[in-house]
Design a protein around this ligand. Sequence first.
Ligand SMILES: [Zn+2]
Ligand SMILES: [Zn+2]
Length: 259
Amino acid sequence: MRFIPLFSGSSGNSSYIEAGGTRLLVDAGLAGRMITDALDEVDVRAETLSGILVTHDHIDHTKGVGVLSRKYDLPVYATAGTFRAMAPIVRELAFPNVRLIRPGEDFYIGQINVIPFATPHDAAEPCGFCFVEGGKKLCYMTDIGCFRESMFDAAAGSDLMFIESNHDIEMLKHGPYPYPLKQRILSEHGHLSNAKCGEALVRLYETGVRFAVLAHLSRENNTEELAFSTVLSALEEAGIDDMQLVVAKRDRTTAIFEI
Ligand SMILES: [Zn+2]
Ligand SMILES: [Zn+2]
């Protein structure tokens, strides 16, 4: 399984996943051209994709969905709530390319078993995804206000965790955002802090998780160094010294991960 985070953060999200000959995008939250240029750089032609999976309706996850689907005739997989809420951004899709999914109901795209699971976030009907193929499992969870038991169950044993590490709580509290926005981000339907991400990874370690990509960092309320050091300290305090951590890049391809 190959996984390439192309963009990750509040200014736009899109990742590429390939397994068993099937190629997918998870989220397309930038102009279509930005995403196809990023794919070109890793030698992937957009016309060879099998579809776009959408976590939720926010524009940093949906901006390029409509354009890419129409231009390359790509199926779009999302929950009913996400389809409804993102319609003004995505606009009309060819009917066969509207693929309704439900959290908890897995399905296949080519050889990839896709397992959507509900996430707590202030969007219409958000979800995360697990991808399983050839005995490997990747879990994609960003835009989560908290880490619930059901998400722990979904993520358990993943070979790669792509998990939100959105903000440093002190930076957010003392930062420039208006109070209501701070409250929204800190709420159980907002975004996961570095500290909470660390706690989640300590728990997931017990299930065999050894590799995590910290994702969706806030530009205003986090730095790559803070996200990395906060999560690392949480792991060290729990006596864990063999978890590999990488911080996803906001505006460019992070790396090509093979699991
Ligand atoms: Zn987002
Ligand atoms: Zn969001």
